[in-house]
Ligand binder design. Structure first.
Ligand SMILES: Nc1ncnc2c1ncn2[C@@H]1O[C@H](COP(=O)(O)OP(=O)(O)OP(=O)(O)O)[C@@H](O)[C@H]1O
Ligand SMILES: [Mg+2]
Length: 330
């Protein structure tokens, strides 16, 4: 890893959810949502997490926030273990973390005025007079493109894009360091996507924020994120610098995922890699490399051997034994 300061690090993070037994003495089964995910997110960067629906992105993000305690592995925030059992230290660490949800219509209470919605984290934390609170909220409203006087209107009076701006103001009002944005625009009208993403980027630069940004929109991820991780069936299969990964994907799954977007953009189908077969069940993970049943390059070794994420270039990691040995050209 390079010399940059790591804000959040996961080490072998593993989360599984028990599946309800159908018969009384049936062996307990688990949904393997995230398996041995080890990454580092640098201070001040926008780190993208991409992969098909159900691959474990939200579970991973929620585990980094301590919402879901991992079954195995660890999360370190500012170099300190995130220990959900130690209520005191966890509360202190959580004050520096926030999440922006997909749909502001459900994340914001319709009973609240804008002031009440944004003030809630300040009231929970305490230590502000009414005047201080109102001043800070007014300043935040102008930063997110609303007027100070909007403070007194109800959240329900605003459009979807404006509600997401209010949700962003609420998340940032206590000046956190680490923000998870889980599909922050996918519930909004497409006409406001770019505005909200630009707002997140601008506020990130202004406040020195570090984002974990989850999206299905690879074009947005490519534009916005400094580095990305690609997830397949709960496993991080590749991660590194965004431009480098888009230019030189090392894992066959990354290649398949991004070639679909690039060829749609250019209408050029040469170089497109189509995947055959269905994604396997996260309850019965395939042996060896989890991508091997769909990988056009898989050999017996891939089906029997789990390849750890390995550094292949300047902070570029991939988990494909054949790519690492230069046996396949993507
Ligand atoms: N609380 C839970 N209990 C049981 N299974 C869960 C729970 N939360 C998630 N899962 C399962 O874990 C796996 C990963 O889910 P997750 O929501 O993290 O995926 P995702 O990548 O965020 O998907 P999407 O892109 O659709 O939001 C899925 O198979 C999901 O069904
Ligand atoms: Mg999700």
């Amino acid at each position: 890893m390079s010399e940059r300061e790591v804000l959040l690090r996961t080490e072998g993070l593993t989360v599984r959810f028990p599946v309800k037994r159908e018969k009384l003495f049936e062996r307990r089964k688990y949904v393997h949502a995230v398996t041995e995910a080890s990454i580092g997110i640098f201070k001040g960067e926008i780190f993208g997490l991409v992969g098909e629906s159900g691959c474990g992105k939200s579970t991973f993000a929620n585990a980094t926030l301590g919402f879901i305690p991992p079954n195995e592995g660890k999360v370190y925030f500012c170099g300190e273990l995130l220990d959900t059992k130690n209520k005191r230290s966890f509360r202190r660490q959580r004050m520096h973390m926030q999440k922006i949800f997909q749909d502001p219509s459900t994340s914001l209470s319709p009973r609240f005025t804008v002031e009440q919605a944004i003030a809630e984290p300040m009231i929970i934390r305490g230590g502000f007079t009414d005047a201080e609170r109102r001043k800070r909220i007014g300043e935040m409203l102008s930063l997110i493109g609303l007027c100070e006087s909007d403070m007194f209107r109800y959240v329900t009076e605003f459009s979807g894009g404006q509600k997401q701006r209010i949700a962003i103001a609420r998340a940032l009002i206590m000046h956190p360091d680490y923000i998870v944005c889980d599909e922050p625009v996918s519930a909004l009208d497409v006409s406001v996507h770019a505005q909200i993403l630009n707002l997140l980027k601008d506020l990130g630069e202004r406040f020195g924020l570090t984002y974990l940004f989850i999206s299905h929109n690879l074009a947005a991820v490519r534009k916005l994120c400094d580095r990305i991780a690609i997830m397949y069936l709960g496993h991080i299969v590749e991660y590194g610098d965004t431009a480098e990964i888009f230019a030189h994907p090392m894992h066959p799954y990354t290649k398949a995922l991004i070639s679909a977007v690039l060829t749609v953009d250019t209408e050029d189908n040469t170089g497109r890699m189509l995947l055959k077969g269905e994604i396997a069940s996260p309850i019965d993970l395939p042996g060896g490399c989890v991508f091997s049943p769909r990988c056009p390059f898989a050999c017996d070794k891939c089906r029997n051997y789990v390849c750890a994420l390995t550094e292949i270039g300047d902070s570029h990691f991939a988990a494909c034994p054949r790519a690492l040995k230069g046996e396949i050209a993507l």
